[in-house]
Design a protein around this ligand. Structure first.
Ligand code: MG
Length: 379
C-alpha cells in the first residue's frame, strides 16, 4: 500500500502478521528525513478507518457556544505550543501524526497528482497572509513577508489570477505585500479590491469590488476604543482595527491571563449583539454577524472572474487558520479545487492537503510557477 507520503510495508508477510511498519519517507511533516513507526496491524487499520470517517464528517467547531473555560481550551488548541514529554504522550503523538498525514498528505509530495487534475483548466490562487505567507511572530505589526516570498507570489500572480484573503485590513496587508498585480480580500473578505493599475501620471486606480459591511465601520471603531481601554490591564494584549472587523492579539499574553482576556472581550460584546466573536491562531476576532466569511469571498472572486458555473476552474486555497476553514469547506462542497492547510501539528480541517510552514508554501508556489512555464512551453 503506498500513499506518496506514507509507505506501509509488512515486515512479516505471513498471513495475520501482528505489525505494520510505516515509513514516512521524504515527509516534510516530520523533522527527521526518514522516520519509521511500527503499529499493531489492528491499530493501523483502526487509524485508517477513523481517517475515512473523519473525512466524511467535517468541521464540528462550535465557536459560538461555551463558557470562558472552553474558550481558553479553544484558544490553546488553535495556538499550539504544547510540549509533551512522557514517552506515552510521544507514542500517542506519533499515532496522531500518522493518522493525520494519511488523511491530509503533503501538497509537495502530491504535487504531480494535483497538477494532473488541473491540466487544461484555469487555476485560481487564494492565499492567506499570516502563518501562510509570513511566519506567526510575537508582534503582529512585524509579520513581514520575505523578499523571496514576495517574488514568488508576484510570479504566481503573473501566471494565475491570485488573491490574498486575510483577516487584516487591506491597507495593512498591502503595506506588507506591496504587490499591485493581485486581488486583496481584507477583513475576512469583507473588503475586496481588484489589482491596481497605475497610470502614466503615477496615479493609482484602486478597484473596490465589494464592501458588504460598510455600515459597521463606526461600530468597529467604537469597539476598538473600548477594548483598547479594557485590555490595558492585560500585558501583551493588542487590539488591531481591521476596518470592517477587529482583532485582539494574544500572542504576547501570558497563558495565565487568557481567561481574563476572553472574559473582558466577551463582556464588551454583550452590548453589541450585531458583532460576533471567533478565534484563530493567538487572536480573537470580532466581526459583524453578516453572513460573510473567507468562503463567501472566495465564491465572490470566482464569480467576478467569470468562473461561477465553470467546470474548467481549479481554485487552490492555502491557509493556516480556523477562518480559512470556511474557504476549505466551500471548495469541498463544490467538489472543485482543493484546500491546503498550513500546519505542523495535526488539526481537524476541511482542507485536502497540508504544508508544514511558510517555507513549504514558498516551495509549493515555486513549483507551481515552474509547472506553468513548462506546460506553456509544451503547448
Ligand atoms: Mg493565517
Amino acid at each position: 500500500m503506498t500513499n506518496q507520503n506514507v509507505i506501509v510495508s509488512d515486515r512479516n508477510p505471513i498471513l495475520g502478521s501482528k505489525t505494520i511498519t510505516v515509513s514516512v519517507s521524504n515527509s516534510p511533516l516530520f523533522s527527521s528525513p526518514s522516520t519509521y513507526f511500527t503499529f499493531p496491524r489492528r491499530k493501523f487499520l483502526e487509524l485508517l478507518e477513523a481517517a475515512d470517517k473523519n473525512n466524511n464528517n467535517n468541521n464540528k467547531n462550535n465557536l459560538g457556544a461555551g463558557k470562558i473555560a472552553s474558550w481558553v481550551d479553544s484558544m490553546r488548541d488553535s495556538s499550539p505550543t504544547r510540549l509533551r514529554s512522557s514517552s506515552r504522550d510521544s507514542d500517542s503523538d506519533n499515532d496522531e501524526k500518522i493518522s493525520w498525514i494519511v488523511r491530509f498528505p503533503s501538497a509537495l509530495n502530491m504535487f504531480d497528482k494535483i497538477m494532473n487534475a488541473a491540466k487544461g483548466k484555469q487555476i485560481v490562487m487564494f492565499l492567506d497572509y499570516d502563518g501562510t505567507l509570513s511566519p506567526i511572530v510575537e508582534d503582529p505589526d512585524k509579520a513581514y513577508i520575505t523578499h523571496e516570498m514576495r517574488e514568488v507570489v508576484k510570479d504566481v500572480a503573473l501566471n494565475f489570477p491570485t488573491a490574498i484573503v486575510t483577516g487584516r485590513s487591506i491597507d495593512k496587508v498591502r503595506a506588507f505585500v506591496k504587490l499591485n498585480e493581485i486581488y486583496y480580500a481584507g477583513s475576512h473578505g469583507m473588503d475586496i479590491e481588484g489589482p491596481t493599475n497605475e497610470n502614466s501620471y503615477g496615479e493609482s486606480n484602486q478597484g473596490v469590488l465589494f464592501q458588504p459591511a460598510r455600515e459597521f465601520v463606526p461600530m468597529i471603531e467604537k469597539v476598538v476604543k473600548i477594548l483598547e481601554e479594557k485590555t490595558k490591564c492585560i500585558p501583551g494584549a493588542m487590539v488591531e482595527n481591521n476596518t470592517f472587523c477587529l482583532s485582539v492579539h494574544f500572542r504576547r499574553v501570558d497563558e495565565k491571563r487568557w481567561a481574563a482576556l476572553a472574559e473582558q472581550v466577551k463582556s464588551v460584546l454583550v452590548d453589541y449583539p450585531k458583532l460576533k466573536l471567533t478565534q484563530g491562531r493567538k487572536v480573537l476576532e470580532i466581526r459583524p454577524t453578516i453572513k460573510w466569511d473567507k468562503g463567501q469571498a472566495l465564491n465572490f472572486l470566482l464569480r467576478s472572474l467569470g468562473f461561477e458555473n465553470s467546470e474548467n476552474v481549479v481554485p487552490v486555497y492555502i491557509g493556516d487558520d480556523r477562518t480559512d476553514e470556511d474557504a476549505f469547506k466551500v471548495l469541498r462542497e463544490k467538489g472543485q479545487g482543493f484546500g491546503i492547510l498550513v500546519s505542523k501539528v495535526p488539526k481537524e480541517t476541511n482542507a485536502s492537503y497540508s504544508l508544514q510552514d511558510p517555507s513549504q508554501v514558498n516551495e509549493f508556489l515555486k513549483r507551481l510557477v515552474e509547472w506553468k512555464r513548462k506546460t506553456v512551453g509544451e503547448e
